[in-house]
Design a protein around this ligand. Structure first.
Ligand SMILES: *[C@@H]1O[C@H](CO)[C@@H](O)[C@H](O)[C@H]1NC(C)=O
Length: 220
């Protein structure tokens, strides 16, 4: 009788750990680390600062125009987003999205010199901000740091990228700028804790079997 009770108790313990194992092994995906909220004239608390204009922070916006998704700076003082498209400068206040994240520490701004992606940078960690693989970047200009877009040269995939952004009817282009880079690999960390839990769980099951064995001997 005691053996059965002890066994059931241990089974419960194992199942409890099995449960927590399943919950914690849900992989973290990069997409969940950032998201686009609707921008309705005020800056959400979790918006990531993208650049600056006259010493005031600007944010990363996105808008649909001519069937293209285009990123650009949101200037809070103007309550809208600026962008440039096929030779024309635009300013929009409606249907604008704003880049937000609960993990600003998972992003950095990495310098690109002369349009060259140096070794060690992973293109898959550039943050996509628009259609046709437009990535998010920022460039220095006389009023601050201007948020804009760049894309990779599709033929070489590693070199010759150039930046384009605009604010106040002004287009700024260049080959030396900063790219928004996603650093943290949540999946890797999750995997470590997953295997630690798995090891711990196996250890518990073995320990349980040994205790059951010992109890049954003791009771005979
Ligand atoms: C951003 O993070 C990447 C990856 O860890 C690193 O290679 C790069 O140098 C970092 N850039 C800055 C400006 O810290």
């Amino acid at each position: 009788m005691t053996v059965i009770i002890v066994f059931i108790l241990q089974l419960c313990i194992s199942l409890t750990f099995q449960d927590s194992l399943d919950i914690n092994s849900v992989p973290v995906h990069i997409d969940e680390d950032f998201y686009w909220r609707d921008y309705r004239g005020s800056i959400p608390k979790d918006a990531l600062v993208g650049g600056s204009k006259l010493n005031r922070p600007t944010y990363i916006g996105q808008v649909v125009h001519s069937n293209s998704l285009i990123p650009g700076p949101i200037v809070q003082e103007d309550k809208g987003m600026y962008f440039y498209f096929e030779g024309d400068a635009y300013f929009v206040t409606e249907n604008v999205k704003i880049f937000c994240t609960k993990h600003p520490e998972k992003f950095n701004w990495t310098k690109i010199h002369n349009g060259e992606v140096r070794n060690g940078l992973d293109v898959n960690r550039f943050v996509i901000g628009g259609s046709n693989n437009m990535y998010i970047g920022r460039i220095r200009y006389h009023d601050g740091d201007l948020v804009g877009r760049f894309s990779l040269d599709s033929s070489s995939y590693s070199t010759l990228i150039s930046f384009e952004g605009s604010v106040d009817d002004m287009l700024v282009e260049g080959n030396t700028f900063e790219i928004l880079y996603y650093i943290d690999d949540g999946r890797k960390r999750q995997f470590v804790s997953f295997s630690l839990k798995k090891t711990f769980n196996s250890f518990l099951i073995v320990a349980n079997s040994l205790i059951t064995l010992w109890f049954s001997k003791f009771l005979q």
